[in-house]
Design a protein around this ligand. Structure first.
Ligand code: NAP
Length: 462
């Protein structure tokens, strides 16, 4: 009888869950008896969906239902609260599994070298998103004392950050935001949120649904400047982008409808600015402003500086200019791209594939694309892994209890699928028991220890 083929997937976000699920299906089709363990550094699964998607995006959070189904039948075993590279090394993991797939995502902010970037009041979007999504490893308090704020970037993360900052907190209460986040937002004196793109309205990386929703935030006016729309003039490449596909046309219509709208005199305003390249954050002891160079089309599809500078008085700057991956100890990492170097999912070291190590999702291809794209990506990685099956399967690997014994011997308080079901039920019960008139689906538990204790049904001593 052939021995099971054991695979560890590192990261229980969408990329890791899709990879585990596709591996199960494809292996079964090829007559391979595969056993998949899904490692997660946090006590709970779902990665970016739990800790990256904005709380007021229940449609996207709904993907959890299908991810839940993929784990619920037990064919992929969840082992949470385990940091690969710290609680267990990659070598140790390889001694227990025939292959390891890294699906660790991209959770840090892209680096940008601007004078003043280190000033208090300068924030990365990744940290702010982690805060409002109740990530256990970020401080519980967020300084929300600015009336005027800048958000850099014209992607969907910039939209999320700007929307959450501008939204009246009562409109977030029906979501799963933790109590400290609601209280923090309630105390915010914000009046104006300015979102800046370094290119034009034709170059936004927003998607239409997310852009449209910005104009529907109650008590917030959208403000646009005609000058930003006239700047490209008759530039040919801008015209081409303007006419390129339905998505561009839909977004142009949305922006135009806002330009046509009379401001309602709402207490908060969200300004969208284009052709602004950030140059410097201003201030001595904290951010007091931000300087931009105005840009214009360079005639070749790019932008050039005009030499004209403009300053805005703001007390906080949020950078939403893209994410990057975090290296895992002893796994090759491309610092400049922020990804694990790979060829179609096979991890490369010095340009050569490392047999038995694979990558999928944002850590494989960088932080672009929507959640659904990770599925196709996982398919490619699994294809490579199964091509290597015969080279890997002869190695002798211990049974499925070995890894749990190992973690226990190290004193690691790992969590399980049953533990997640307990935590999930606990959070839903907190939502039901919420003292207010708003129905809440759940209230997230934030501290890691508390999540682990609830998952493992330990008694919580306060
Ligand atoms: P993104 O879509 O790549 O947008 C990054 C933005 O930052 C771009 O506008 C880019 O401008 C700008 N930028 C980069 N470097 C800059 C610099 N040095 N100075 C000024 N601006 C700079 O990245 P993202 O917003 O982080 O989103 C990542 C992925 O997650 C995307 O695929 C996104 O659609 C997805 N996502 C989806 C949702 C949703 O609700 N559906 C929510 C969040 C994220 P250039 O274009 O000029 O480079």
């Amino acid at each position: 009888m052939s021995r099971p083929f054991r695979v560890a997937v590192v990261g229980a976000g969408p990329a890791g869950i899709y990879a585990g699920n596709i591996l199960r299906t494809r292996a079964a089709e090829s007559g391979i008896d595969v056993r998949v363990d899904l490692f997660e550094s946090l006590p709970a699964p779902y990665g970016l969906i739990r800790y990256g998607v904005a709380p007021d995006h229940p449609r996207i959070k709904g993907i959890v239902t299908s991810l839940h189904d993929m784990l619920a039948d037990g064919s992929v075993r969840l082992i949470g609260n385990v940091e690969v590279g710290a609680d267990i090394t990659v070598d140790e993991l390889q001694s227990l599994y025939h292959a390891v797939i890294f699906a660790t995502g991209a959770q840090r902010d892209a680096v940008v070298d601007l004078p003043g970037i280190e000033l208090p009041g300068s924030f990365g979007a990744a940290d702010f998103v982690s805060w409002y999504d109740g990530h256990p490893d970020v401080p519980r308090h967020w300084p929300l004392d600015a009336t005027q704020l800048a958000v850099l970037g014209n992607g969907n993360v910039a939209l999320d950050v700007a929307r959450v900052l501008a939204k009246h907190p009562a409109d977030l209460l029906a979501t799963d935001i933790p109590a400290n986040v609601h209280d923090g937002l309630l105390a915010s004196p914000v009046e104006d949120v300015h979102v800046f793109g370094r290119r034009g309205p034709e170059d936004i990386k927003f998607t239409p649904i997310e852009l449209r929703e910005l104009g529907e935030v109650p008590g917030v006016d959208i403000v646009l400047s005609d000058e930003d729309f006239d700047r490209a003039g008759d530039d040919v490449t801008t015209g081409e982008r303007r006419a390129a596909g339905n998505q561009a046309k839909v977004m142009a219509r949305i922006l135009q409808s806002w330009r046509d709208r009379e401001p309602s005199g709402a207490p908060r305003r969200l300004h969208l600015h284009f052709w602004h390249r950030p140059v410097e954050l201003l201030g001595e002891e904290a951010v007091t402003g931000i300087r931009f160079e105005r840009t214009e089309p360079d005639g070749e599809g790019g932008i050039r500086g005009t030499g004209v500078h403009v300053d805005y008085d703001v007390q906080a700057v949020y950078r939403a200019i893209g994410y990057r991956g975090t290296p895992v100890r002893d796994v090759p990492f491309d610092e400049s791209a922020g990804v694990i170097p790979n060829d179609g999912g096979r991890i490369l070291d010095g340009g050569e594939p490392v047999l038995g190590l694979y990558a999928t999702g944002w850590i494989k291809r960088g932080p672009v694309g929507l959640i659904g794209h990770t599925k196709g990506d996982a398919g490619e990685t699994i294809e490579k892994l199964l091509e290597d099956h015969d080279l890997l399967a002869d190695a002798v690997r211990p049974g499925e209890d070995a890894v749990l014994d190992f973690l226990e011997s190290r004193g690691v308080r790992y969590t399980t699928w049953e533990g997640w079901l307990a935590l999930d039920a606990h959070e839903r019960a907190l939502g039901e028991g919420f003292a207010g008139d708003v129905e809440r689906e759940r209230v997230k538990v934030v501290p890691r220890d508390e999540q682990v204790a609830i998952s493992n049904r330990e008694v919580i001593v306060r």
